[in-house]
Design a protein around this ligand. Structure first.
Ligand code: MLT
Length: 408
């Protein structure tokens, strides 16, 4: 008899964004006349930039000719992309990361989940609360989370670190031993950032306790503040304690194309084992590399034209974030994020829970958001809005919210 992974039975209903899609689809079916504005899942809407499209077309042409055809590529990614990343994202900022410490993948979400393959089941996991649900659910699937406690809305074996307005959205260092710490800056979902001093405290903690930091930098391109590291490796000591995840999704519109990368420094060693060697072993066994066409497209992001073009797209989203922040503030809301992030974290009206406010915005303004409670207990009392939509629709959404709040 085959035995299934019993940890899956412990997972709550469905993945957060699937649940929102389900509720939204049910509403749209019942109200076909509703003109819904999507500000829920952080999916981009601007097309790939011309430099990326041209590179992908040329790559398809390469595959169409025997003399330039590529079959299986290196599991770690092509050198042309690893070297472009090493130069632009690290060397240009004075960061000592080698090209062969960079592993190309089909996206940061896969890597954030897959990295658990090289960790034992008995690590104590620490996450911020609220948190991107992938960190928690993937550890739960691997049996590292314990049981789900409905009442506490959390897992019995996960160490939750409240990251709230009260502590300036900087989690306090753990008061009991933890082994693996997930940090995300700019943060999903709060849109806030960790500065140099705050990250230095975490790096020092991790080195002192032989812990590992999983640092998610998927929203790095949105950083607009001076004192905020773009990479954890800007912080002294990070190469001996941190793994960093990056994504082309939000940077260059690759949510559909799929490409990201993970940095595993060779200096990162635990229990005498090189995490770099282990991740390499994992990738060469379970992954045949990201597609050649997609990697050529990603490399074009680092060309002069590509870099200029993606900045224009990012400016479009940055302008949306400003519209949302100012629009919500004009409607009387307290908001966080938006400055260095495409996410705006909005306090719900007094006495209203986040699912209740989600329903109100859906039903009375036809706007789809993400309820903060879906990201963890400390997300209760908030909703998240994203700046990745159409500019006119974003302005329209703010007008609808202002009208709704004025009539309540
Ligand atoms: C989000 O909305 O939090 C993100 O789009 C999810 C993701 O990047 O997987």
């Amino acid at each position: 008899m085959a035995h299934v992974n019993a940890n899956y039975q412990k997972l709550p209903g469905s993945y957060l964004f699937s649940e929102i899609a389900r509720r939204t689809a049910a509403y749209a079916e019942a109200h076909p006349e509703a003109k819904l504005i999507k500000m829920g899942i952080g999916d981009v809407t601007r097309p790939l930039v011309p430099a990326v499209v041209e590179a992908m077309h040329a790559a398809v042409d390469d595959l169409s000719r025997a003399e330039t055809f590529y079959g299986y590529g290196p599991e770690q990614g092509y050198d042309f992309l690893r070297e472009a990343i090493q130069q632009a994202d690290f060397a240009a900022r004075g960061i000592q990361i080698a090209a062969d410490e960079i592993f190309i993948s089909d996206g940061a979400k896969s890597d954030c989940g897959n990295i658990g393959d090289i960790l034992s089941a008995d690590n104590k996991i620490a996450v911020c609360d609220p948190v991107y649900p992938v960190y928690v659910d993937t550890n739960a699937m691997a049996g590292r989370a314990g049981d789900y406690d409905e009442q506490a809305q959390g897992w019995t074996n996960i160490y939750y670190m409240p990251t709230t307005a009260e502590n300036g959205f900087c989690p306090a260092l753990p008061t009991e031993p933890v082994d693996v710490i997930y940090l995300c800056s700019p943060n999903n979902p709060t849109g806030t950032t960790l500065n140099f001093q705050q990250l230095q405290a975490w790096v020092d903690y991790a080195n002192e306790h032989d812990a590992i930091i999983m640092f998610d930098a998927a929203y790095e391109r949105f950083i607009a503040e001076d004192n905020v590291p773009h990479s954890i490796y800007e912080v002294p000591g990070a190469t001996t304690c941190a793994i960093e995840f990056r994504s082309f999704s939000k940077t260059a519109g690759f949510t559909g194309a799929r490409c990201g990368y993970t940095v595993v420094p060779k200096a990162l060693v635990r229990e005498g084992q090189s995490l770099h060697a282990m991740w390499n072993r994992r990738q060469t066994t379970k992954f045949n590399g990201a597609s050649y066409v997609i990697q050529r497209g990603a490399a074009a992001v680092y060309s002069e034209e590509g870099a200029r073009q993606i900045e224009e797209t990012l400016d479009y989203y940055r302008a949306n974030a400003k519209v949302i922040k100012e629009g919500l503030e004009a409607a009387g809301f307290t908001v966080y994020g938006a400055v260095s992030s495409p996410y705006v974290w909005c306090k719900t009206p007094v006495g209203m829970g986040s699912w209740e406010f989600f329903d109100l915005l859906l039903e009375q303004a036809n706007i789809i958001t993400t309820p903060g409670a879906g990201f963890g207990p400390s997300g209760e009392g908030y909703v998240r809005l994203t700046a990745f939509g159409d500019a006119d629709a974003t302005k329209e959404a703010m007008q609808r919210i202002q009208t709704l709040m004025a009539t309540r």
